[in-house]
Design a protein around this ligand. Structure first.
Ligand SMILES: Nc1ncnc2c1ncn2[C@@H]1O[C@H](COP(=O)(O)OP(=O)(O)OP(=O)(O)O)[C@@H](O)[C@H]1O
Ligand SMILES: [Mg+2]
Length: 337
């Protein structure tokens, strides 16, 4: 429901500048994910959008209107944090309705919105329980439900799933994706450390680095066309392999990047690199071979299916030519010749 624009936005805490000039537009109804190393300013930027932190300089616009000094409750924003702060003595239903009650909504309206949010998140059967009677994932869904009932223009999530176990993360991730489809004109900004969450939920991902925007694009843009070694190494798991020296020079670059799934095992004499398997990780569906080729770090080679190469196996490897990433000494892409 709202388009969000940041223009030369900066934030300092005392003498420490943590947001160093961010220009970013988040489109109406878009699902934008912020990623970046710990301490790069993701939460701070989110809190500035929410109005929980002041903006040192620059402009924050909602639908073209400057909101720098608009108080949080007037911004039409709902925020869900990593730790779900539910009121322990209130039932789920009361927790979800509390904000609306404060805002003066009628009982009828409160009941209707709680019921709708509960249906969306499949927590209808939990409405009469206390928070302590819920699992972590259920509690986090109640926290999300409470945010929905406030009928926000903008949804902000700061690592909402990071306290959940793997199965619950997947289930709740699905709920959030569904929520985005159902509330398709609500703008969502989502901070995460999780590669899968970023890649699967985002319309676009914004990679932040040390208080600045490093790259913004669709998940596949960032995965296939990173505009720096930083983004190449940050997006994707396992991390992109990087090679330098003669191995890179052969391809006309300072650093050569190649993802683990883009390296083939080939016959003797047909490889570009040779090495020995020193470690293997079997994930069931696929496996990762760590191959020592005499570079700074072992190459990680991803193989579909069962593990088929034991430690000590000698391999000939060849990168897929169309998937090479070539970077110059500054870490920027070498233009394709
Ligand atoms: N209230 C504050 N006072 C002083 N410094 C702060 C304050 N809040 C955050 N910082 C600093 O601002 C920087 C950015 O912090 P922020 O919490 O935004 O990082 P983040 O990207 O969310 O990190 P993480 O991934 O670990 O959550 C950090 O160096 C942090 O120490
Ligand atoms: Mg944070």
């Amino acid at each position: 429901m709202a388009n969000i624009q940041m223009k030369a936005v900066r934030k300092s805490f005392g003498v420490l500048e943590v947001i160093k000039g961010v220009d970013l537009e988040i489109r109406k109804g878009e699902f934008m994910v912020f990623v970046g190393p710990s301490g790069c300013g993701k939460s701070t930027l989110l809190r500035m959008i929410a109005g929980l932190e002041s903006i040192t300089s620059g402009d924050l616009l909602f639908d073209g209107e400057r909101v720098n000094t608009v108080i949080p409750s007037k911004r039409g924003i709902a925020m869900v944090f990593q730790s779900y702060a539910l009121y322990p003595h209130m039932k789920v239903r009361e927790n979800m309705a509390f904000g609306m009650k404060l805002a003066g909504a009628s009982e009828e309206e409160r009941n209707e919105r709680v019921a709708r949010a509960a249906r969306m998140l499949q927590i209808d059967h939990l409405l009469d329980r206390l928070p302590k009677e819920l699992s972590g994932g259920q509690r986090q869904r109640v926290a999300i439900g409470r945010a929905i009932t406030r009928d926000p223009r903008v949804f902000l999530f700061d690592e909402p799933l990071s306290n959940l176990d793997a199965a619950l993360r997947v289930a709740t991730r699905l709920e959030i994706a569904k929520l985005h489809h159902e509330m398709n004109d609500v703008t969502m900004i989502y901070v995460t450390h999780d590669q899968v969450e970023a890649m699967t939920l985002a319309d676009r991902i914004c990679v932040l680095r040390d208080g600045r925007v490093e790259q913004v694009g669709t998940p596949s843009d960032l995965y296939e066309k990173p505009n720096s070694i930083f983004v190449a190494g940050f997006i994707g798991s396992p991390r992109m392999n990087f090679l330098d020296g003669a191995r890179a020079a052969k391809h006309g670059c300072h650093t050569l990047g190649i993802r683990s799934e883009h390296i083939d095992i080939v016959a003797d004499g047909e490889g570009e690199w040779t090495g020995t398997v020193i470690h293997a990780e079997d994930l069931g569906s696929d496996n990762y071979l760590f191959v020592e080729i005499g570079a700074a770090e072992p190459l990680i080679v991803r193989r579909p299916g069962k593990l088929d190469h034991a430690n000590g196996t000698h391999l000939n490897l060849r990168p897929q030519a169309q998937h090479l990433h070539r970077f110059d000494a500054e870490g920027r892409p070498v233009s394709q010749s």
